[in-house]
Design a protein around this ligand. Structure first.
Ligand SMILES: *Cc1c(COP(=O)(O)O)cnc(C)c1O
Length: 457
């Protein structure tokens, strides 16, 4: 490394997408039409779209070249073999089952291994993971210790290992088909999980004879944090860290829309022959033949190339630094953010910023709406709207009310981020003027996608 402190984007822009400028009045009208739900907006009415880092990244020249090379043979396409080899180079599981996205992998696996009376403990389940477990009648259990959002710890994504052990003892291993570890811990602020924690979970699983699965959507970001923060990994190559994480598990579910650097795709990978066979049976019914799953050959190529690029150090250094740049600027301005800054997103602590709005009036949703109206920024509530509805239909406050500003991979420049900082600061300075919301219409599950809201007068 030379002497310069500024970390530049390790790429040049090769083709551009225009952003359509809008006014505050237009945005207020669009939000009203969308029922105060940012998922209901037309994306052309958004200036900086930080709704998700899922599938929103920019592909590289070499990924686009892979798209051209994609072979659409129904069975045994060369693109499939490139995809499988790229997956197994990092995650040497015996069976790789391609799916159209991560939730399809979850749906297939949980339909095979879950069911009424069963429970799947995790550090923290992602929303689709939880929903796919619960629709089988099983229970999704989160065991991340409660942390103060402002407390700086290196591995806040870790599971409470003692609580996991207790939980398995209480429920009985026979009713637990698998333990899940989400890396990084998305629902808990994009916080990493340490190798030490994964090893400890492995030991608990071994003691009870249980398989361990990774929800590995952000495996490369997690590996980068391990290298930065965990003793003994300072000079370990990223692919070796990834393989070590994989070596502790029996399988994984994956969304290639995150650290696959692709716009679509996912997979399920595992060692167990019997479960793999049953999963492939479901795959053929719902996704497609086992050498393409729910994907076109060209998608398999984009993912294979993405897996090579995502473990490059220049990429990861830039990626993690640019997210931290946003979070640190907001923290310095006094905006409460989850600390330390996670890998793929900055999480604004709406409950602390808006103490006058009770959780059941959705402070996260109120803040997300204000950022859109004032600055055209689209974030995502991760709080009581997303997690407050229980399977029995009652409502309770989520553990935190956050607004996630997810950073798409390789998509926005530093001046876009500087603009976001300016808007968030402006809104935060006027936080006391924001009002809560009530739900006027909502579906029975995953309500955050389609619920409609009205401001409370
Ligand atoms: C995105 C995500 C999923 C689901 O993947 P999709 O491709 O969106 O279906 C599962 N788990 C985590 C942690 C995720 O971030």
């Amino acid at each position: 490394m030379d002497r310069w402190k500024t970390i530049i984007e390790p790429f040049r822009i090769h083709s551009i997408e225009p952003i359509r400028m809008t006014t505050r009045e237009e945005r207020a009208a669009r939000l009203e039409e969308a029922g105060h739900n940012l998922f209901g907006l037309h994306a052309n009415d958004v200036l900086i779209d930080l709704l998700t880092d899922s599938g929103t990244g920019a592909m590289s020249r070499d990924q686009w070249a892979g798209i051209q090379r994609g072979d659409e043979s129904y069975a045994g396409s060369p693109s499939w073999f490139r995809f499988r080899d790229a997956v197994q180079a990092l995650f040497p599981f015996k069976h790789v089952i391609p799916t159209h996205q991560g939730r399809a992998a979850e749906k297939i696996l949980f339909s095979v291994i879950c069911g009424p009376g069963r429970a799947v403990p995790s550090n923290a389940h992602f929303d689709t993971t939880r929903a796919n477990i619960e629709t089988t009648g099983a229970e999704a259990v989160d065991l991340t210790p409660r942390h103060d959002p402002s407390e700086i710890l290196p591995f806040k994504g870790d599971i409470d290992v003692a609580a996991l052990d207790r939980f398995i003892d209480e429920r009985g291993a026979a009713s637990i088909p698998a333990v899940f570890m989400t890396i990084t811990n998305n629902s808990n602020g994009g916080q990493p999980v340490s190798m030490a924690n994964l090893r400890a979970v492995r030991a608990v699983c071994d003691a009870h004879g249980l398989p361990l699965f990774l929800d590995a959507c952000r495996f490369a970001e997690n590996a980068w944090f391990i290298r930065q923060r965990e003793a003994g990994f300072e000079s370990t190559p990223i692919p070796d860290i990834v393989r070590e994480m994989a070596s502790l598990a029996d399988g994984m579910t994956m969304s290639a829309k995150k650290d696959g650097l692709a716009n679509i795709g996912g997979w399920l990978a595992l060692d167990d022959d019997d479960i793999a066979e049953r999963c492939r049976d479901v795959l053929i019914l719902t996704e497609g033949f086992p050498t393409y799953g729910g994907l076109a050959g060209r998608d398999l190529e984009a993912i294979a190339e993405g897996l090579h690029e995502v473990v490059e150090e220049d990429y990861l250094r830039y990626r993690i630094r640019s997210t931290a740049y946003l979070g640190e600027a907001l923290a310095e301005a006094g905006v409460p953010v989850v600390q330390p800054i996670g890998g793929h997103a900055v999480y604004l602590d709406a409950r602390s910023l808006l103490p006058h709005i009770p959780p059941l009036q959705y402070p996260g949703q109120a803040l997300a709406c204000a950022l859109y109206v004032e600055g055209g920024i689209r974030g995502c509530e991760i709080g009581t709207v997303m997690f407050g509805l229980r399977p029995d239909g009652t409502e309770s406050p989520a553990s935190m009310d956050l607004v996630r500003l997810a950073v798409p991979r390789r998509t926005y420049t530093q001046s876009h981020v500087d603009y976001v900082i300016e808007v968030v600061r402006w809104v935060a300075e006027r936080a006391s003027q924001l009002r809560g919301l009530r739900i006027t219409q909502a579906p029975r599950s995953l309500r955050h996608f389609t619920a409609r809201f009205a401001p409370i007068a």
